[in-house]
Design a protein around this ligand. Structure first.
Ligand code: ADP
Ligand code: MG
Length: 721
């Protein structure tokens, strides 16, 4: 009997029909092994066992028609409207299908193609038509897996069409069957779950449509059960190993800091700070997720919390996902402290960063330093080497260390790390969160994780184990919402006109380059090309460039020039996605916007609208998919991250909710955490109970093997005692 753990050890390239190029594309899409493949479930099923004839379809109900394309045409009656019409026919009659602003349908469909159109048939001016049906282009209709039965439509990957995927799945299942099942029988019985081997069979090749849902539920349960077991183990391990710090903040630094700010905290910021303060004072380690819309003011909250820890005699650290962002945080922190006369003897940085106002003024000084991979910056003392810096961290001289992953690498030791902040947590793996604690020595520092990714509270707690959640649900006053517009490529001139007008008013603009996935190198080349294009389009403006391949010093000076108003336009890749704070920037232009995910677009848009000036976000490009089209519409219609997250869920499942690859533990393939949340709670209850009685899963070796094989490196540390 095969086990899922064993199948997770077999490369998907071994499946007949999926070698070579196809395997490479599958790997890229996250389908590495045969086990992954089995979780690549159909997105739709077409019922060919009961043939629906066009002549007799009922008006007003959802149907799937199998037909041949007779003709296709595109009309553009208005500037912002493209209408694609296709006439399709079967042996009984023909019918018209219409799509609005889905110009790519004309490319997707070709005369003579066999298609399945799913949607509602309407009566329009006395004739039947389908409005915006979903389309599946079918392979040759004579194939046995397709005729006279329920046809699964698997998501295509690269060049592997649904037909290719379907045949490969058939092979993979035949060779894997029967697959063992490590889920305790009593749990299966409690929830009346379908037998798992059967579930794999039925989810891919059901005989009737009624079989699909119970089969899917079985796989959903398993997927969530594995995740929750990992989370339960994580919680147990954390509690067992924990020895927290009870901070006793005096209020001296924090009060001075808050008094020095040019604004008052919002009610939401104050409430969240109270929640954090309670955690800091408690002797249980804080483990808190701080959620807040982009621009809601999380950084000030984090710095205040760190000052509380510092005034109680501890060191603090803040970890950012990129060097650019670490640099930005460093400057931000130093700047904030300077406003309250809390800045240290800042020396030596003025030459590199164009900052010359940061000198000690006699009050209490907070020693801030920055550490990134490529450079232990010449820091709070002039002429400081990396070793000097590490020595000062180890001796407790440095109160607040800003950095990237470099913070948790070899050689970094704190004398007394009392609190750590991790920014934009979706970029960090769980293991890293644990590592940062190990840097601390004796006690567990309080941990604050900041994210702008909106996740409903209950789900966040369920997905991230036992995190407490604080939400800043209010924007600082006086922010006019960013106005968003979608421009077809042919009208991009409007964007350049707007930039010129805003620059004439003294404002600045970002231009984000098209997303290139191949490699950093290619991305850098495309950014450079875009930089040249923009420079020649607007020769009168001062244009800067920033991308991931620049050397840190180059990135830094490019950011500094923009921040100081020495450049008008910053051409950038998504390195600017998170955290960049230049309130004078009022225009965000995103090239080929429909290729970005919604959360990424929302993050990018959050780079403007951060000051008192009205800001605009322009999305340029002609979407080539319905999803892309829908994302543009959603961005134009909503400024609310939570709402966009829901749209995102509706468009493409929970995928983007957790960022892309390094998404912590949750990388769900079958379960939809919103729609399936009842199963999430059940799986969680079962998992926590099981781990309570068997903390290291020694009584459930098959289950342990499956979890390790399916969740990979992300959970290995749970099994180390
Ligand atoms: P986030 O990290 O949540 O995206 P930031 O902390 O970078 O947001 O804050 C965004 C901007 O808002 C910064 O320029 C910051 O100085 C400013 N800001 C923060 N809190 C307030 C407040 N209470 N009132 C006015 N401006 C604020
Ligand atoms: Mg931030």
């Amino acid at each position: 009997m095969a086990t899922l753990a064993a199948l997770a050890g077999i490369d998907v390239a071994a499946v007949k029909g999926l070698g070579g190029q196809r395997a490479a594309a599958l790997h890229k899409a996250g389908v590495h092994t045969v086990a992954d493949l089995l979780y690549h479930v159909p997105r739709r099923y077409i019922d060919r066992s009961r043939k629906e004839l066009i002549a007799s379809v009922p008006v007003g109900t959802e149907v799937t028609l199998i037909a041949e394309v007779k003709s296709i045409s595109t009309r553009r009656p208005r500037r912002n409207l493209a209408i694609v019409e296709a006439t399709v026919f079967d042996e009984s009659a023909s019918i018209k299908a219409v799509w609005f602003n889905q110009a790519f349908r004309a490319r997707q469909l070709s005369e003579g193609a066999q298609v399945a159109l799913s949607g509602v048939v309407e009566s329009f001016r006395g004739r039947l038509q389908m409005k915006s049906p979903a389309v599946d282009v079918l392979d040759s209709p004579t194939e046995s897996l397709v005729t006279g039965r329920i046809v699964p439509v698997h998501p295509s990957v690269g060049q592997a069409s649904p037909g290719v995927m379907r045949r490969a799945m058939h092979n993979a299942l035949k060779r894997s069957h029967p697959i063992g099942d490590p889920v305790p029988e009593v749990l299966q019985a409690t929830h009346a779950l379908m037998d798992r081997d059967t579930a794999f069979e039925k989810v891919h090749f059901p005989e009737t449509l009624d079989e699909v849902e119970p089969a899917r539920i079985r796989l959903v349960y398993d997927e969530l059960f594995r995740l929750e077991i990992a989370l339960a183990m994580q919680q147990k391990k954390r509690k067992r190993d924990a020895s927290g710090i009870a901070h006793h903040p005096t209020g001296e630094l924090t009060q001075r800091f808050l008094d020095g700010l040019p604004y008052a905290l919002t009610a939401a910021q104050t409430r969240v700070l109270d929640e954090i303060d309670r955690d800091l004072r408690s002797d249980e380690p804080m483990h808190r997720l701080l959620q807040g819309e982009v621009g809601s003011g999380k950084t000030v909250v984090a710095v205040t919390a760190m000052l509380s820890a510092i005034e109680s005699g501890w060191q603090t650290a803040i970890m950012a996902p990129t060097e650019v962002l670490a640099e930005q945080h460093f400057l931000g922190v130093v700047d904030l402290l300077a406003q309250a006369d809390l800045s240290p003897e800042m020396l030596g940085r003025s030459s590199t960063l164009g900052m010359d106002s940061l000198f000690a003024t006699g009050g209490p000084a907070v020693h801030v330093a920055i550490l990134t991979g490529s450079r232990a910056a010449t820091n709070y003392k002039s002429e400081m080497t990396r070793d000097d810096l590490l020595a000062d961290v180890a001796s407790g001289q440095i109160d607040l260390l800003v950095g990237t992953h470099a913070l948790i690498q070899e050689g970094v030791h704190f004398s007394r790390l009392g609190a750590a902040v991790v920014d934009e947590q979706h970029r960090f793996g769980v293991a890293q969160r644990v590592l940062i604690k190990e840097k601390a020595g004796e006690s567990d520092p309080d941990l604050l994780i900041m994210t702008a990714t909106p996740i409903p509270r209950t789900l966040a707690m369920t997905l991230y184990g036992d995190l407490d959640v604080s939400i800043i649900d209010e924007m600082p006053p006086g922010r006019a919402p960013v106005v968003t517009k979608h421009l077809p490529r042919s009208q991009e001139g409007e964007a350049w006109n707007l930039i010129r007008a805003e620059v004439a008013r003294g404002r600045q603009a970002f231009v984000v380059c098209p997303l290139v996935e191949e490699s950093d190198k290619v991305e850098a080349a495309s950014a450079t090309a875009e930089y040249e294009r923009i420079s020649s389009l607007m020769p009168d403006l001062r244009v800067g460039l920033i991308h991931g391949q620049l050397r840190p010093a180059e990135k830094e000076s490019s950011m500094a020039a923009f921040r100081d108003g020495e450049t008008d336009v910053l051409v950038a890749t998504t390195v600017i996605e998170v955290g960049i704070d230049v309130p004078n920037a009022t225009v965000m232009v995103i090239e080929d916007a429909s290729r970005f995910g919604l959360s990424q677009l929302h993050q990018l848009r959050g780079r403007v609208g951060r000051g008192e000036h009205q800001s605009v976000c322009l999305l340029i490009g002609d979407p080539t998919t319905t999803d892309g089209e829908e994302r543009m519409v959603a961005m134009v219609e909503s400024n609310d991250g939570f709402e966009l997250a829901n749209v995102d869920l509706a468009i493409r499942g929970q995928g983007t909710l957790f960022g892309t690859s390094q998404s912590g533990l949750a990388d769900l393939k079958v379960a939809d955490i919103l729609a399936d949340r009842e199963w999430l709670y059940r799986a969680r209850r079962d998992a926590f109970a099981l781990v309570d009685g068997d903390p290291d899963l020694s009584k459930h070796p098959d289950l342990a093997a499956e979890i390790r094989a399916m969740l990979g490196d992300k959970v290995e540390w749970l099994f180390v005692s």
